[in-house]
Design a protein around this ligand. Structure first.
Ligand code: AMP
Length: 360
């Protein structure tokens, strides 16, 4: 089948790299072309508001999916009048607005950080007073990698944060004193079968994912069950098709859902090298109507992102258990340029790669 992907960045690249061996071909659509998908399929460069270009693109594809959640819902609707679009439009709607997302999760009985919405400086102050300080303030829309976010420790910060976030509609959350951050990733296929990946444990530097370990260590059966139940209920409620990721906080042995991504996720990149069917492969399997493959881990994997600049990799390339993935993108501060996955690494190997990748 020809799979159309909205977006042409590294997630599109890894989807196509997983899908080509299954016999599929790929076309990309993006508002500006990315070098990450060059050679993996043609890219239509046009605005997501360009109805004619969207229709022409849909006509070239058998099925359409996306690699980022800020695809305008109207574009997804235009496309879905011509070809199947997976995951469903409702998954986009829910995950594009942090308030709608938190209300959706709560409606399914899933624990989240305590939250309030705020549309004015005085509402922001009231929300902080009601939730208690510290609070984490997030723009409802278009936040990623810690952007569009601020912390309030003192009510005297309210005016500054309101200005900093440009008076955008806000979600205000009580600060969660989590012991760690985890994520759960699963894929649901068109017949409703679900496969669950081992949980990952995630560490961020300056709001951007730095390290993911998969399977996450020391996960109690209770924690695992809670994470799998919550993602299964979201998949079922949305009649989801494709790969979904939910970011979690572990706090006092319980999990709270922080955010969902209706797509393949950075914390699942290690699945390329440590399970038979990666999050990318199973996403392509799901959207093209193929059965899902195994998600059993064959190794303990630790992934480090390469952000902003590519370090000297000679030492890493000498390790037989290291897998280096570069995305073919021009270095730029804060940009995700690649990742390194270490399989069953020693402490010394991890420390070496950690050192190389934590300077940005
Ligand atoms: P997000 O954009 O919601 O994924 O948030 C980015 C990062 O900010 C998370 O990975 C956490 O490290 C931190 N964070 C977000 N929300 C909270 C919260 N309510 N309490 C504590 N830390 C948070």
């Amino acid at each position: 089948m020809r799979v159309g992907i909205l977006g042409s960045g590294q997630l599109g690249r890894m989807l196509a790299l997983a899908g080509h061996p299954l016999g599929h071909s790929f076309s990309f659509y993006d508002s500006s072309a990315s070098s990450a998908t060059v050679g993996l399929g043609e890219c239509t460069v046009a605005s997501f508001e360009d109805i004619e270009a969207l229709k022409r693109f849909a006509g070239q594809c058998d099925v359409i999916t996306y690699e980022f959640e800020n695809v305008p819902c109207a574009a997804a609707e235009t496309l879905s009048s011509i070809r199947p679009v997976f995951p469903p439009a409702r998954a986009l709607e829910v995950s594009q607005d942090r308030l709608v997302e938190k209300e959706f999760l709560q409606g399914l009985g899933i624990g989240t950080p305590r939250f309030r919405s705020a549309s004015s400086e005085s509402e922001l102050r009231e929300a902080c007073e009601a939730l208690g300080l510290p609070c984490i303030v997030k723009t409802r829309r278009f936040g990623y990698d810690g952007k569009g976010q601020a912390r309030i420790d003192d009510l005297a910060d309210v005016a500054r944060v309101w200005k900093l976030l440009n008076g955008a509609p806000l979600l205000v959350e009580g600060f969660v004193p989590f012991s760690r951050e985890l994520s759960v990733i699963a894929t649901r296929e068109q017949g409703g079968q679900v496969c669950l990946y081992p949980l990952s444990q995630n560490e961020h530097i300056e709001g951007i994912l730095h390290r993911s370990e998969l399977p996450a260590p020391d996960v109690t059966p209770k924690l695992k069950k809670a994470a799998y139940q919550l993602i299964s209920s979201v998949l079922e409620e949305l009649q989801y098709v494709g790969t979904l990721a939910i970011e979690l906080f572990e706090v006092r042995g319980e999990v709270l859902a922080n955010e969902m991504a209706p797509r393949v996720h950075n914390s699942g990149h290690a699945t390329i090298d440590c399970v038979a069917s990666s999050q990318f492969e199973n996403h392509i399997r799901a959207v093209t109507g193929m059965p899902l493959g195994s998600t059993e881990p064959t190794a303990r994997a630790v992934m480090f992102n390469i952000i902003g600049r590519i370090p000297a990799l000679d030492q890493v390339r000498d390790l037989p258990n290291a897998r280096v993935h570069l995305y073919g993108k021009e270095p730029r501060p804060g940009r995700k340029l690649g990742h390194i996955t270490l399989l069953n690494p020693s402490k010394a190997e991890e420390d070496m790669v950690n050192g190389l990748t934590s300077e940005r």
